[in-house]
Structure formats: structure tokens, C-alpha cells
Design a protein around this ligand. Structure first.
Ligand SMILES: Nc1ncnc2c1ncn2[C@@H]1O[C@H](COP(=O)(O)OP(=O)(O)OP(=O)(O)O)[C@@H](O)[C@H]1O
Length: 337
């Protein structure tokens, strides 16, 4: 679907909305904005606050997620937020109090999933809390003025909403090694680092009675792809551009390997692709928003973005989980819903 300059944020979000129901069905979901610098990625993902009609995908997705959860039995789901940036191929936890973000490692767990070590997770009970937390750390994000964009982001921003469900599921569930979801009533607002916990390694398990499963929604505002000649940067900013372009190439390589169904997918070639491993490929659902400038001056960059989109469309998702097969596995000691 192509959205023109006159399409509102609400119209764009209507396209995105159906994807969010998959989260409560046990799928990981990623919504990622890609495009050249200044093309509207932050506008698309974050938008302008607090005017609701100008809000981007992140606040709208958070609101929709909590609306969907409100239709489920009370206290059947809990949500936690974490915010990271990838800057100069290093991952920073932006929710570390009183700091410009602490450097973190990305590791692959024994079950083959990616995990950011000691990442901060904050429990949240509604979209306003999510946006309050994100709003308080957005100023920490690396920025640098360029010839093309005065407020250009120099890092990839990754907002993760982790949903833990205690409800009975017919699907294969993602079971964390550490199942301790922080207990907190929704009447208590988050304070400081309270309720913060370290990451737990998720593994695929057959669903059982009252199974607890975790899925994640990753909302990614990528740094812009950039032609150095046009942006006119030098010195440290030039190194930033080089890191941005290399990580975006790594993303293209991963999508290329998945599209061609190659046996080896080079997730570990950059921190960005390594930490997004669980939401790119497998049976996760990835939506790529390509932001493209309407001006002829940026034709080369626009074609480059469209080429990445073409590659992403060629990726075949793993077969969806077979409900009947899963039920068979779980039917020995329980009746399915
Ligand atoms: N569809 C749009 N409608 C109105 N304003 C827009 C739209 N897209 C972008 N803008 C405006 O254009 C400017 C650049 O957009 P934005 O900051 O989202 O670019 P970006 O792709 O995130 O750039 P960078 O990669 O350099 O960080 C901002 O002032 C933003 O408000």
C-alpha cells in the first residue's frame, strides 16, 4: 500500500492495526521505518505529541495493544517497555536512570534467540505510561544537524513492548526461562527503576494448561540511509554515517539471505540485526514502512529504499503454527477451549 503526502497518521495506522492482534495470538511483531535521512521516519513512528491526530505508530500501537488487552480477562496479560538505541554499532539501554544510556551486549541464547543483557524492562499499564517513559528518554537519542535535516537522528531507536500472558493458549507458546513477571497493580505508577528486571531467555514450548507465554512488539525508527556528499558531514559525524550505512547494509543482507532461503542468515554482522533476530525471519511478522522523499533530487536514495522493500517482500514467512497440531500435542491432559 502506498500512502501519499495527504494521508493522515490515522489513515496510515489503520493499515498497521490488524498486525497487533497477532501479538496476543503468540507471534512476535516488528514495525520498522526505513528511508533516507529526513524522509519522515520519526514522523511516522513517533509523530507529534500530544495532539492525537499527529501521533505516530508507536503511541497508536501502544493504545491499540492496551485496548485489545482490555477485552481479555482481567490480569491475564502484563506489559513491560524497554527502550534502546543502536549508535555507532553499540547498543545502549536508554532506561537506565540518570545516565545517557548504558552500553549493553547482545547474546544468542542456547535456544537460538537473541537477548540484550541486563536490559531494563519497566512495567506499564496503559499507553500514556508507555509514552511518558519514551518521551522522557527521547532527548537522549543521538542527533546531529546535516545539510539535509537539522534534527537528524544518528541512531536506531528500538522500543520493545513485551507482553506476558497467563491465559490458556491453543498456540505454541514462548516460555521464558525465568517466568517471574513483575507483580504490580495498575493503580501504582512506575517510579524510578522500580520493577526493573533483567531479560529472560525465551524458548519455544508446547502450550499447556494456563501456559504463560511472552511475545514482543518491536517498534523501530531506523537512522536514515545517507549519501555523505549530500549531507556534508565530517569528523565524528562521518564515522556515525559509516556505522549507520553499514548496519543498514547488514539489514539488507539479512533480508536478502531470508528471501533466497540461504542456510546461513548473517544476523550477527551488526548489533542491529543481531538484536532484531527474533522479529526478522521465523514466523514473526515484520512490517517495513518505507519513507520516500517526494522530490526528484533524492531519486537515487528513493530507488535504494524501494529496492530494500522489494527484497523484504520476497521473504517467505515460516509456515504459520498449526493450531490442530498444537492441540494434538496438548490434548493428553486437557480439553482445548
Ligand atoms: N508526512 C509528513 N507530514 C508532515 N511533516 C512531515 C512528514 N514527514 C516528515 N515530516 C517533517 O519532515 C521533517 C523530517 O522528518 P523526520 O524527522 O521524521 O525524518 P527522519 O526520516 O526521521 O530523518 P532522520 O533519518 O535524519 O532522523 C520533520 O520536521 C517532520 O515533521
Amino acid at each position: 500500500r502506498v500512502h501519499g503526502p495527504d494521508d493522515s497518521q490515522n489513515v496510515v495506522f489503520e493499515e498497521v492495526k490488524p498486525l497487533l492482534t497477532s501479538l496476543l495470538d503468540g507471534y512476535n511483531v516488528c514495525i520498522m521505518a526505513y528511508g533516507q535521512t529526513g524522509s519522515g521516519k520519526t514522523h511516522t513512528m513517533v509523530g507529534s505529541q500530544p495532539q492525537r491526530s499527529l501521533q505516530g505508530i508507536i503511541p497508536k500501537a501502544a493504545a491499540e495493544l492496551f485496548r485489545l488487552i482490555s477485552e481479555k480477562p482481567a490480569e491475564s496479560h502484563t506489559v513491560e517497555v524497554s527502550v534502546m538505541e543502536v549508535h555507532n554499532n553499540e547498543v545502549f539501554d536508554l532506561l537506565v536512570p540518570d545516565d545517557g544510556g548504558l552500553r549493553r551486549d547482545v547474546v544468542t541464547t542456547s535456544s537460538g534467540t537473541s537477548q540484550v543483557t541486563s536490559l531494563t524492562y519497566k512495567p506499564v499499564c496503559n499507553a500514556a505510561e508507555v509514552m511518558q517513559i519514551i518521551g522522557s528518554v527521547l532527548k537522549l537519542r543521538a542527533q546531529c544537524p546535516t545539510r539535509i535535516h537539522a534534527n537528524s537522528s544518528r541512531s536506531h531507536l528500538i522500543v520493545t513492548l513485551t507482553i506476558s500472558s497467563n491465559s490458556r493458549s491453543d498456540y505454541l507458546s514462548i516460555q521464558p526461562a525465568d517466568c517471574s513477571v513483575p507483580k504490580r497493580t495498575c493503580s501504582t505508577p512506575p517510579t524510578g527503576s522500580g520493577g526493573v528486571r533483567a531479560a529472560a531467555a525465551p524458548t519455544l514450548m508446547p502450550a499447556t494448561h494456563s501456559a504463560q507465554f511472552r511475545t514482543k512488539l518491536q517498534l523501530v525508527d531506523l537512522a536514515g540511509s545517507e549519501c555523505v556528499g549530500m549531507s556534508g558531514v565530517s569528523g565524528a559525524a562521518l564515522w556515525e554515517v559509516s556505522c549507520i550505512n553499514r548496519s543498514l547494509s547488514a539489514l539488507a543482507d539479512v533480508l536478502g539471505a531470508l528471501a533466497e532461503q540461504r542456510p546461513h542468515v548473517p544476523y550477527r554482522n551488526s548489533k542491529l540485526t543481531h538484536l532484531l533476530q527474533d522479529v526478522i525471519g521465523g514466523d514473526a511478522k515484520l512490517l517495513l514502512m518505507l519513507c520516500v522523499s517526494p522530490t526528484q533530487r533524492f531519486l537515487t536514495e528513493s530507488l535504494h529504499s524501494l529496492a530494500l522493500g522489494t527484497r523484504a517482500r520476497q521473504v517467505q514467512k515460516d509456515l504459520p503454527r498449526q493450531k490442530s497440531a498444537t492441540l494434538k500435542e496438548t490434548s493428553t491432559n486437557q480439553k482445548p477451549d
